[in-house]
Design a protein around this ligand. Structure first.
Ligand code: GDP
Length: 531
């Protein structure tokens, strides 16, 4: 019981609208495009209107994003012959409670977009049947290892690609198990769009959402990690306990909405709910037939995904690519998502924090070798000048000029979600820091100031005098603190570079706080700029 109470407490840190806005406003990506997702409509006229709007948005989005985001067409045109490279590129992460249908939905998307042929599907169907798990065959497309198939769970963040009319997608499938949250973090830290899968089946929505399930934790992590747009698919609508019931869909939407708001999402602008059946593939590539679901007038999943607008990224900025993995292949290959800048074959770069000078031998984007890749792209970069053993996940591939800094301490604004056993947090508190691809033990060495988001504007003007160091803080508190790590970490101030400046703190497998880097020591010294 106490667990439930704590969960609720943690799930609604800032409940006041103003407070949420303040926290959220601070956290929002500065370069984000503030265009809404196509709205689901309440009546058919609005449905058509919103579809028209979304089609216009799609066209606009495609042209706009092609000019501004990640793959810059002109440059790419010169270098790649593939038609698909003219499309914008987005990363999608599937989040939600275990068994909600993430793998099934992901598998179905791949099937519907022609990534998997009928023969393979038949093979999976047979394999699933042999293991008496008939209904899992779609999930097999995503859950590729034998171990995962036997257990019917997704263990690793599996990658897959598919395309809609205007967009090339990489799916980062995130599993739902508690112990796999670190994987979900690495998936979500690279994603532009989150597909939150909710099971509408009787009892399953409740387990995932109300009784300490992972729905809440995943949503909060996704927001902190920079997933700015969320598509909430209410899945299993075909299930006998649901039967495409509008009441059930409305119930889930109305229960989720306040929580999504309290997690920092602008529900009108950044969130789209829609009913689907991942298993049957309904309302996914094409809109649900009226004979199945008479009340839904909104878009289908592919339409929503194709028209999502994403934050702008700077292809001309300094190179920043957090390394998520590495291996040897006639050179040292590093993998990751380019967060800023463009990496060209032949470039001289730095691997930070160990300041290794490297040369780019080749760049691979998806399965294709390319001459260059821009921000937003998931790439494999072959490097000369560094041994694979000298690189760790969390290192950053950086331009030589304006290189990323490496720090052993920083000041952060921390929002406490849920401390273990309802404990308090004071100086000396130890936890595990997750920031882009970094996982590092850390200690909170100083609590500088508790922040009352509601009163922030007032106190800002006369703050210096009133500053009082708290001895401890509790669940729900927002605090300015200093964090120390044992090894140097490559991070950025959140206001300058949100992707490298937001983090989560975890302890004993639970997320206890989310935060952002607000102050870094001055270059070449361990002193912080004067407050
Ligand atoms: P994950 O843990 O979130 O990846 O969930 P899975 O995709 O592995 O699905 C869990 C179970 O739910 C499997 O038995 C699926 O066949 C079933 N399932 C998933 N989507 C649907 C759906 O749309 N309708 C029905 N009836 N069952 C589904």
């Amino acid at each position: 019981m106490t667990g439930d109470v704590r969960m609720d407490h943690a799930a609604h840190p800032p409940t006041d609208d103003e407070e949420i806005q303040d926290w959220n406003g601070d956290c929002d990506e500065p370069m984000e495009v503030a265009a809404p997702l196509p709205a689901a409509s309440e009546d058919s006229n609005r449905g058509i209107e919103s579809r028209l709007e979304s089609l216009q948005l799609e066209t606009k989005a495609a042209t706009h994003v092609k000019d501004k985001v990640g793959v810059v067409p002109k440059e790419v045109e010169d270098l790649n012959d593939h038609e698909e490279d003219r499309k914008r590129h987005l990363n999608v992460v599937f989040i939600g409670h275990v068994d909600a249908g993430k793998s099934t939905t992901g598998g179905q998307i791949l099937f519907l977009s022609g990534q998997v042929d009928d023969r393979t599907i038949q093979k999976y169907e047979k394999e699933a049947k042999d293991k008496s798990r008939e209904s899992w065959y779609m999930a097999y497309i995503m859950d590729t290892s034998e171990e995962e198939r036997v257990k019917g769970k997704t263990v690793e963040v599996g990658r897959a690609h598919f395309e809609t009319e205007n967009t090339r997608f990489t799916i980062l499938d995130a599993p739902g198990h508690k112990s796999y949250v670190p994987n979900m973090i690495s998936g979500a830290s690279q994603a532009d769009v989150g597909v939150l899968v909710i099971s509408a089946r009787k009892g399953e929505f409740e387990t995932g959402y109300e009784k300490g399930g992972q729905t809440r934790e995943h949503v909060q992590l996704a927001k902190t990690l920079g997933v700015s747009k969320l598509v909430v698919v209410v899945n299993k609508m075909d299930e006998p306990t649901v039967q495409w019931s509008r009441d059930r869909f409305d119930e889930i939407e109305s229960k989720m909405t306040p929580f999504l708001k309290s997690s920092g999402y602008n529900v009108k602008k950044d969130v789209q709910f829609l009913p689907i059946s991942g298993l049957a593939g309904i309302n996914m590539k094409t809109r649900v037939d009226k004979s199945i679901c008479s009340w839904w007038n909104g878009p289908c999943l592919f339409e929503v995904l194709d028209s999502v607008e994403v934050p702008l990224r700077d292809p001309k900025g300094p190179v920043r690519m957090p390394i998520i993995d590495k291996y040897k292949d006639m050179g040292t290959v590093v993998m990751g998502k380019i967060e800023s800048g463009t990496i060209h074959e032949g470039d001289s770069l730095l691997v930070m924090p160990n300041k290794a000078n490297v040369k780019v031998l080749s760049v691979q984007c998806d399965e294709n070798k390319v001459k260059q890749a821009g921000p937003g792209e998931n790439v494999r970069v072959k490097l000369a000048g560094v041994e694979e053993d000298d690189i760790l996940a969390g290192f950053v591939l950086s331009s030589v000029a304006n290189s990323v800094g490496a720090f052993s301490e920083f000041n952060a604004q921390l929002q406490i979600l849920e401390l273990l056993d309802n404990a308090i947090l004071s100086a000396g508190y130890q936890a595990v820091l997750h920031i882009h691809a970094i996982v590092e033990e850390c200690e909170i060495t100083d609590l500088i100031e508790q922040i009352d988001l509601k009163k922030k504007k007032e106190t800002d003007t006369k703050k210096k005098k009133q500053k009082r160091k708290p001895f401890f803080v509790k669940n729900g508190a927002v605090v300015l603190c200093r964090i120390q790590v044992t090894n140097l970490v490559c991070i950025e101030n959140f206001s300058v570079f949100p992707q490298l400046g937001r983090f989560t703190l975890r302890s004993e497998g639970k997320t206890i706080a989310i935060g952002k880097v607000v102050e870094l020591p001055q270059a070449g010294s361990s002193t912080f700029p004067a407050a």
